[in-house]
Design a protein. Structure first.
Length: 260
């Protein structure tokens, strides 16, 4: 069983009547319901206002795949939360970043770039073309996804070159965008999926919901967590794979930690 957590800042649904009408129980609830339709996924939710932003260390330790939706409150996410999530991704936890999560602290941390783009709210038709329909994330979805109304995101999208670009969007106004990107950081797989503006019922769409279930399975790493992934140990001379003699001056004493 894959243990998934859907994280949502849960701000728009409380403050905006239009968003609340589309997602009355919150975007996170809609996404969790979509994932729980798969008998191989056990999805729960977490929100910004909970202790530890809903993602304390013990919760993350028990999470196989984390889905992240944020927009209005990126800056309210505690830096300590970002540190914990980044560490778990490096250890092997999967991360799926949705829509305006491109500007989240965690995505920018893992990408190391501005993650900026062009955008427009006009309820445009979006057509997402599959560049590799045989990829597990796109299994059973055909060669394209059609969404009647979405926010436009346009290139250039300032992110690193991905492992693979799975989806390219065309919008009614003519712009295009790389809308499905895969990455790996340490032992963790990352998938960025563009659609999901809060004023449109994108996450109620059956094809989108199936894609997200596929993405959770793809992002899941069944291997044990690589818990010392961030350590940088000082290896003593007597533990070198081959026998060596010390030569030259040294900055550090045997076993002393390096500078960071």
């Amino acid at each position: 069983m894959i243990r998934a957590v859907v994280w949502n800042e849960f701000v728009h649904e409380r403050e905006n009547p239009l968003v609340k009408s589309v997602y009355p129980e919150g975007i996170h609830a809609a996404l969790a319901a979509a994932l729980n339709a798969d008998p191989g996924i056990d999805a729960s939710t977490a929100t910004l206002d909970q202790p530890g932003n809903g993602l304390p260390e013990d919760r993350l330790r028990d999470t196989d795949v984390l889905l992240w939706w944020g927009h209005k409150a990126h800056g309210q996410v505690e830096d300590a939360t970002v540190d914990r999530v980044a560490q778990r991704v490096h250890e092997g936890m999967g991360l799926i970043v949705l829509h305006s999560g491109h500007f989240s602290k965690i995505f920018r941390r893992l990408m190391g770039t501005p993650c900026s783009l062009r955008w427009r709210e006009a309820g445009e038709r979006e057509r997402l073309w599959a560049t590799n329909p045989s990829h597990p994330i796109l299994a059973g979805l055909g060669d394209r996804i059609e969404l009647p109304s979405e926010e436009m995101y346009g290139e250039p999208f300032l992110v690193p070159e991905p492992l693979e670009t799975l989806l390219v969007s065309w919008f009614e106004g003519g712009e295009v965008f790389r809308s499905g990107l895969t990455y790996q950081r340490g032992a963790g797989r990352i998938f960025y999926f563009r659609p999901g503006h809060e004023t449109y019922p994108t996450y109620h769409d059956a094809t989108v919901r199936q894609l997200l279930r596929n993405a959770v399975h793809w992002a899941h790493n069944p291997a044990p967590a690589w818990t010392d992934v961030a350590e940088a140990p000082n290896v003593p001379v007597d533990r070198a794979p081959e026998r060596i003699a010390e030569k030259g001056p040294k900055l550090h004493k045997p076993g002393e930690e390096g500078y960071r």
